[in-house]
Design a protein around this ligand. Sequence first.
Ligand SMILES: C[S@@+](CC[C@H](N)C(=O)[O-])C[C@H]1O[C@@H](n2cnc3c(N)ncnc32)[C@H](O)[C@@H]1O
Length: 267
Amino acid sequence: MVIDNHLMPDGEAPYDDWADLYDKVYAYLNYDIGFYLSQAEASAGPVLELGCGTGRIALSLADAGFSVTGVDISPRMIAKANGKAATLGLGSKAQFIAGDMVDFDAGGGFGLVCFPFRSFQSMLEVEDQREALENAAAQLREGGLLALDTFAPDMEQLGDRRDEAIPFHIRDVEQPNGGNIVVWGQNLWDGLSQVNSARLIVEELDANGLSVARHFRDFDLRYTFRYEMEHLLELSGFTLEAVYGDFDGGEVTEQSDDLVWIARKTS
Ligand SMILES: C[S@@+](CC[C@H](N)C(=O)[O-])C[C@H]1O[C@@H](n2cnc3c(N)ncnc32)[C@H](O)[C@@H]1O
């Protein structure tokens, strides 16, 4: 069995080491695509995705006919996304560029800027959060839309797992080749900075159920509470249009896992 124990060294592009693993671990993830597609339609595009990863959302929007620019700080994620765009014949609709969401200038004039699948939570300091949102506003044309989703902070899940030695099972993800990926997690929550240091343990099983590789990946996410986020949006040049507790427009409740945000650039 391969043990791939890559714990992110300081200074490395976050997620660079996820590039080969990301699409396998998130093979189940499609429940948010309809939401981002509906926002692209409402805005009429073009679309800028900040923190686009391997192009999961951007390529779906390009496939629906939108012109999409994807930006990610990880050159390896960007290489994956460009490779997928070429394979899918979407190279003329989707372009992927390495850059930092806090200051990347994609030329402006976008109808929609989005941060799908919690990419905004990679902003670990308030200043970075502000700069990323202000940059999003600068990239939008007048009246343009912002759409993003964040984890709804679940203090029970975060707080109780502090320093937990035994990883908790997150999910099994079936693979197209008949194998399985089993994902385990550990959280270290720092209530002062609102940053959760997460470790995912990703076990690859072949079609016979034999373990062939185990990957360890660390990453940090800053959690933002509902009303704090509302203030951040307003301070950064947006007018809140809606916050939902899921991707189908459900209300925010104690049980919500996600906060799904729509805001408009303030004129
Ligand atoms: C959880 S992934 C989400 C990827 C994609 N949006 C999706 O829906 O599958 C977060 C992405 O944000 C990127 N990221 C983190 N910090 C960033 C930054 N400062 N600027 C641009 N991208 C960043 C990571 O490299 C990673 O690919």
